[in-house]
Design a binder for this molecule. Sequence first.
Ligand code: GLV
Ligand code: MN
Ligand code: MN
Length: 401
Amino acid sequence: MRIEADRFLKDLHALRGFGASGVGKGVVRPAYSDADIAARRWLARQMEDAGLRVEVDAMGNLFGLAEGPSLLLGSHSDSQPEGGWLDGALGVIAALEVARAARDAGGPAVSVVSFQDEEGRFGVTTGSAVWSGQLTQKDADRLVDHAGIALGDARRAVADMVTGAVSAEQFTGFIELHIEQGPTLDTSGEQIGVVTDIVGIRDMKITFEGQQNHAGTTPMHLRRDAFQAVSAFNAVLNDRLRNVVTPQTVWTIGHLSLHPNASSIVPGRAVFSMQWRDADSDRLGRMETVIRTAASEIAEDRGMDLSYGPMLGLEPVSMDQRLRSALEAGAEAVAPGKWRTLPSGALHDATNVSRLMPVAMLFVPSIGGLSHTFEEDTGEADLVAGVQVLAHAVARLGSEA
Ligand code: GLV
Ligand code: MN
Ligand code: MN
């Protein structure tokens, strides 16, 4: 199977053109935005040109299907509100290139997917969560983004592309190439990471509701200031979690909305995201108890009403040994002595897809360990090596079948 590196890189840059931020190589292409839909239409044309049959489900997950049973390759083409050009995009364009190379080589059959809303405008890996049955369409439709828009309304933007449900039964396995998004490979100087496991995640919104009031006349001891409640909660939480976590555990308050968000008003309401990740489901549960207890205590001490949004989450998963071995053999062939196995601290569509079929993943380095920022990047030689390892693994799996 012959990968055409120039064609692959040209398409990767073409996808970057949809929602290019103008800052570095960054993109702004959140799920269902105009840029996301334009990118999906362009991708659909590339899939057709590659001889694949295009199908789009109600979420806007975009498939390019080969005839008969096939391996599914891909990732996602939506981005964070400030995203890098490779997060997801690399896996989709690499899949397209391998599908073309496999067709030219006379097999094996390769299908391509770009899942929708992996970046969680509405939830956690929402498109693949619905496709895999982890989340019902009805529950997904009720999820709202930070601006209060419901997914059920937002997905009308893809309605004219929808062809219907796409059965997972035609696929023999799923492989996702992705950037590492962390510092391990960049620091070690290695070119390829073969993923062993993907961490689990929990994510929910928390609301403290106090009393909006005048910032000049309201004495400090009479205030029910929602921002002060968040600030105190964060300090208590960091302290208490120390007894529960490992050095690999992470937790983040990444979004905070204050109402009405004005300099001279004591904020009456704070809504914030609370997200935590770990490789151990039990620890995720213990962290939840710490989080809810700390929030209740702060609310009671400070006269706040406390409420929670829906609890979203995915369990940790291990990669399939057979697919992993094919990737390891590919890594040794393409980058001898310059690869390793490693766990993924980022979430991926592969977690959801593992409910339906064997899955595996491989990583290429992220320069400076940066991702979810416009600065995200990877050296061209590493990008091409990633596609070559993927092609190698696909050819090997085809010959085993
Ligand atoms: C996916 O982008 C994640 O948040 O890990
Ligand atoms: Mn991603
Ligand atoms: Mn991401």
